[in-house]
Design a protein around this ligand. Structure first.
Ligand SMILES: NC(=O)c1ccc[n+]([C@@H]2O[C@H](COP(=O)([O-])OP(=O)(O)OC[C@H]3O[C@@H](n4cnc5c(N)ncnc54)[C@H](OP(=O)(O)O)[C@@H]3O)[C@@H](O)[C@H]2O)c1
Length: 316
């Protein structure tokens, strides 16, 4: 099968196509024919080795100290089940699915095997694809969606709690705004001028342009401040908290549970949760997609379709 591989850490140009063996599912695994994946911030950081200092050594020991141990990136995908192991119960050939491939990566290729019952940031998670999403949209849900859910659910957000989401225009931020609205919170999204409309369209009650205004000096206080982009000085976030208010970031630990993708699928099908796709690239243009995401200003998500540029448009 064809795969996008990298053999050394570096700029987007380290990514290139190669033929690799098609994986064979174990008894408890399904083989997904991948239709779409994403250019996730995790893919770009791992490729370029721009890992935050605090995690650099443990991450490099895991990923490969001198060169990548896992040569195929891609943390999330969507596609069709093409083969099932003999013990698989939840899926059958032909099912459309979306999946987290997580820190085992391996979505930048034509086929990926995944155990049907895994549920962790490392091993991944798989579920039937929401019926009202394209493959590109569905591929963009697992990473940011499970992270936002795994962090926010622990905080016991109550109806009418006042919550501020800093960096509301990114992958985690766009999902956090929607989950918080689902929990009944009163949500203020902080983003730059060009993203105000988009964040409002996701349900934010109020939006603040961080290029024009410092939310922490306005006198407004919140029950919960969530720095979804991990760029807010902690002191600034805490300044805007009510007494006993809580501050968390997208690097806080996410408690991912079995059934979480199923929960997101239900929200999506109920029209309460959507993926905002900024751009869609064919996988032939993966280098360009990584260059774009490297700039750090994508809105929501960048989808990658595993088809030729002029290929089957149904896969988008
Ligand atoms: N996505 C995941 O699944 C995941 C999982 C675990 C942890 N994380 C961590 O969470 C952080 C965010 O990840 P992400 O995937 O959500 O990022 P992302 O989608 O790449 O974030 C890009 C967005 O952040 C906004 N932004 C950039 N600088 C900003 C600033 N100074 N203030 C406010 N907004 C700013 C950008 O808009 P403007 O430039 O227009 O402001 C853009 O819309 C990363 O540190 C990542 O490691 C992410």
């Amino acid at each position: 099968m064809k795969a996008i591989v990298y053999e050394k850490y570096g700029p987007p140009e380290v990514l290139h196509f190669e033929d690799v063996p098609k994986p064979v599912p174990k008894d408890n695994e399904v083989r997904i024919k991948i239709h779409a994946t994403t250019c996730h911030i995790g893919d770009t950081r791992v490729r370029s080795s721009t890992i935050p200092l605090a995690y650099w050594l443990p991450m490099r020991l895991y990923l490969g100290l001198l060169k990548p141990k896992r040569s195929i990136l891609g943390m999330e995908c969507s596609g069709t089940i093409e083969a099932v192991g003999k013990d698989v119960k939840r899926f059958k050939k032909g099912d459309e699915v979306f999946a987290l491939t997580g820190f085992n990566f391996g979505s930048y290729c034509e086929y990926r095997c995944l155990a049907e019952d895994v549920s962790s940031e490392k091993e991944g998670m798989i579920e039937l694809k929401p019926s009202n999403m394209s493959f590109g949209e569905a591929a963009a849900v697992p990473g940011g969606g499970l992270t936002a859910l795994g962090i926010l659910r622990k905080e016991n957000i109550k109806k009418r709690d006042k919550v501020l989401v800093y960096g509301a225009s990114g992958s985690v931020g766009t999902y956090a705004v929607q989950l918080l609205k689902y929990y009944g919170a009163e949500v203020t999204g902080v983003c730059s001028t060009k993203n105000l409309k988009m964040v409002k369209s996701l349900g934010a009650d109020k939006v603040i342009d961080y290029t024009q205004e410092d939310f922490s000096t306005s006198g407004e206080t919140y029950d919960f401040v969530f720095d979804a982009v991990h760029k807010l000085p902690r002191s600034q976030g805490k300044r805007a908290l009510k007494k006993d208010g809580i501050f968390r970031t997208s690097h806080s630990s996410a408690d991912i549970q079995p059934g979480d993708l199923k929960f997101l699928k239900k929200l999506i099908e109920a029209g309460k949760f959507k993926a905002y796709i900024d751009r869609t690239y064919s996988w032939e243009d993966i280098v360009e997609a990584h260059r774009y995401v490297d700039k750090g200003h994508k809105k929501g998500h960048v989808a990658i379709t595993i088809i030729k540029k002029d290929g089957n448009k149904d896969a988008q």
